[in-house]
Ligand binder design. Structure first.
Ligand SMILES: NC(=O)c1ccc[n+]([C@@H]2O[C@H](COP(=O)([O-])OP(=O)(O)OC[C@H]3O[C@@H](n4cnc5c(N)ncnc54)[C@H](O)[C@@H]3O)[C@@H](O)[C@H]2O)c1
Length: 333
């Protein structure tokens, strides 16, 4: 698989490493508006400067690639994603798919019209603890899921950049991981969102950096999601702290440990059991990249192809509308 990567600064460096180390993918071009970012990428990985472009049109015309990996800020996904598909490439973009429903619809429409596969990377899914929870819930260990509480509290300073300027930095740039994991782990899809967002006096973010969202899922289960990037303390890992309650028991996720609490009768907790986690040969971005290549060969749809991922990003847009309007908002794009 020959790859053009668009956006090589920031998190783009993580994709550069993944692709450089891959034995099934080959980097053929790098595109970034920043000459410095391109130079640093070449120095780090020993790539030739002839592979670097500041103009995507020129890069697409000069190289023969199969896949574009787009790692630009979310507001700048739409342009390169559609342009690469128009040039005949499949596309993998970073999460979140976009900052607006209009951009999401435009990219999905382009993929459908052009017959290309556009996938959004949700690397947080591909982790042994997350896979284990999804599997045991599917196998019925805790029965029907009725309520879930997720607490994501971290104090994070990016030292500037787009996140510090966004209206709802955590909901738009971070919570997409957790919302996508909610769907993946519980197997439930969302119906409505309500909530509130605020910005504590000490926050160094322009937008509201703390929020509490209540999702009603199809079938009636409720998900209470609390998140902050300006917490005074590092209370959880990047996945958050999860309590998933079903009719037969509870699963707790905390810092890569999954605990099962069986319930005896109606409410009596049994002895907690630490679950042995599934083993995974590939995780995170490596899983995403390899799965894309396998799907391209088999014709199967990747797990987080845009037509699926739209349901995760729809939770973000509904949460934002809910906190801004104070209303109960249907989750739909
Ligand atoms: N999956 C994860 O765990 C994870 C972690 C961090 C960031 N991200 C995502 O990665 C994406 C990029 O975030 P970041 O933190 O790397 O941002 P960043 O601002 O640090 O870097 C973005 C890079 O893209 C370049 N760029 C901007 N517009 C461009 C354009 N039109 N064409 C070419 N290059 C362009 C910039 O020059 C810069 O080098 C976002 O969607 C973000 O949400 C994902």
């Amino acid at each position: 698989m020959k790859i053009i990567q668009i956006g090589v600064g920031g998190f783009g460096q993580s994709w550069l490493n993944t692709i450089a180390k891959s034995d099934v993918a080959e980097m053929v071009a790098l595109v970034d508006l920043s000459e410095d970012a391109l130079t640093a990428a070449c120095e780090e990985h020993g790539w030739r400067s002839e592979m670097c472009y500041t103009d995507l049109t020129e890069a697409l015309a000069s190289t023969d690639a199969d896949l574009a990996v787009v790692v630009t800020p979310p507001a700048f996904h739409r342009g390169p994603v559609i342009q690469a598909m128009e040039a005949g490439l499949d596309v993998l973009s970073e999460k979140p798919m976009a900052e607006s429903p209009e951009d999401c619809r435009a990219m999905m429409q382009a993929a459908a019209d052009l017959g290309r596969t556009y996938t959004v990377s949700q690397n947080y899914r591909y982790n042994p603890a997350i896979y284990t929870m999804a599997r045991v819930i599917q196998e019925g260990l805790i029965g029907e899921v009725g309520q879930v509480k997720i607490d994501f509290y971290k104090g994070v300073d990016f030292g500037g950049g787009f996140r510090h300027e966004m209206d709802n930095p955590v909901l738009v740039d971070m919570s997409i991981h957790h919302f996508d994991m909610i769907r993946f782990i519980t197997g439930l899809n969302p119906e409505t969102a309500r909530g509130s967002a605020w910005n504590p006096s000490w926050s160094n973010y322009a937008g509201d950096c703390s929020s509490s969202i209540l999702f009603t899922m199809k079938g009636g289960a409720r998900i209470l999601y609390n998140a902050s990037w300006c917490a005074k303390g590092d209370f959880c890992d990047w996945n958050g702290h999860w309590q998933i309650e079903g009719e037969k028991g509870t699963l707790i996720y905390d810092k890569d440990v999954v605990t099962h609490i069986p319930i005896d009768g109606l409410y009596k907790p049994g002895e907690p059991v630490t679950l042995e986690l599934d083993t995974m040969e590939k995780m995170g971005q490596v899983w995403v990249l390899n799965n894309l290549i396998e799907c391209r060969a088999s014709g199967a749809a990747p797990q987080t192809v845009c037509t699926d991922n739209i349901q995760s990003i729809a939770m973000v847009f509904a949460a934002v509308e809910a906190v801004e309007s104070g209303k109960v908002v249907p989750v739909a794009v």
